[in-house]
Design a protein around this ligand. Structure first.
Ligand code: C2E
Ligand code: MG
Ligand code: MG
Ligand code: MG
Length: 280
């Protein structure tokens, strides 16, 4: 059995894995310096109820611009940040920045809306999470009810510890939303123990609306699950009028997606605040 007998395909797979490893190492070495060099920024995507005149929340999404790598998307660096543990300080920066921005909008007289920030696994189980969040709220002056943290189903893996963390977060007044709902492989039993307030239907289901009946049935099942557990439900990744129409007809009335607005710079998003409620 000689190497030359391995198909060209095998070689290509091996070669592309080596390439990927090189890119990852380059990303990793730049990532260590990125916070100190102030290379991160947040973009903000509005969430609406019923139509685009009812802003109900804003999701903060992390962006990284490096002079050698250019703009790097979260899908390319969050995993590396997780593996290296860098997600802990980077994530802390993101929560603080989002809270400061939300408070600044309130101080400028815009009607208060909640700001959502994503948490990854390593951040969620980090010892200092609850104290860190409490500290940021105190430091920025943002009332806790305007902060929402997005976790994923996979974080239910250590059920008891997760329940304790979530109880303490919710004790601060912070809201918890389950992101990418429907894609995790965990059992649903955590839904009755965790103090959560919202399910966010994963965008892969929204993308396939109308493609097959099973997909549509999953969505309507999530909506009725949320309804019977007294949870809010929001759809992410809404891109078309027909997707929106399907969601509306089936009782989901909170939406986020390109159909309404893309993630944008803070100075652009203020045009979405309801002008009638402007009180300054
Ligand atoms: P996510 O939290 O599920 O965020 C939704 C993703 O969908 C975002 O990608 C958003 O830009 C994108 N999106 C929004 N509307 C649409 C749409 O209509 N169609 C499509 N196809 N996509 C849409 P993004 O910004 O690249 O973020 C990817 C993931 O990275 C996030 O998924 C989240 O898991 C993670 N992430 C982003 N920011 C942070 C952060 O500050 N901390 C942590 N720990 N993770 C973050
Ligand atoms: Mg999210
Ligand atoms: Mg999501
Ligand atoms: Mg996601």
């Amino acid at each position: 059995y000689h190497a030359k007998n391995l198909g060209k395909n095998t070689w290509q797979v091996y070669n592309s894995q080596v390439q990927k490893r090189k890119t990852d190492l380059k990303t990793e070495s730049h990532l260590y310096k990125a916070l100190a060099n102030r290379e991160f920024f947040l973009v903000y995507q509005p969430q609406f109820e019923k139509d685009s005149s009812h802003l109900i929340g804003i999701e903060a999404l992390l962006r990284w611009r490096n002079k050698d790598l250019g703009l790097v998307s979260p899908s390319e660096f969050i995993t590396i940040a997780e593996e290296t543990g860098l997600i802990v300080p980077i994530g802390e920066w993101a929560i603080r920045e989002a809270c400061q921005q939300a408070k600044a909008w309130q101080d400028e007289g815009y009607p208060p809306v909640k700001i959502s920030v994503n948490l990854s696994m390593r951040q969620f189980y980090h010892n200092d999470l609850v104290e860190m969040v409490a500290q940021i709220l105190q430091e920025t002056g943002l009332p806790a009810k305007y902060l929402e943290l997005e976790i994923t189903e996979s974080m239910a893996i250590h059920a008891e510890e997760a329940t304790d963390i979530l109880n303490r977060l919710s004790g601060l007044g912070v809201k918890i939303s389950i992101d990418d709902f429907g894609t995790g492989y965990s059992s649903l039993s955590y839904l009755k123990r965790f103090p959560i307030h919202q399910l966010k239907i994963d965008k892969s289901f929204i993308k396939d609306i109308g493609v097959d009946r099973e997909n549509n049935d999953i969505i309507t099942t999530i909506i009725s699950l949320a309804d019977s557990l007294n949870l809010e439900v929001i759809a992410e990744g809404v891109e078309t009028a027909s997707q929106l129409d399907f969601l509306r007809r089936n009782g989901c009335d909170k939406y986020q997606g390109y159909y309404f607005a893309k993630p944008m710079k803070p100075e652009q998003i203020v045009s979405h605040f309801n002008p009638k409620l402007f009180h300054k």
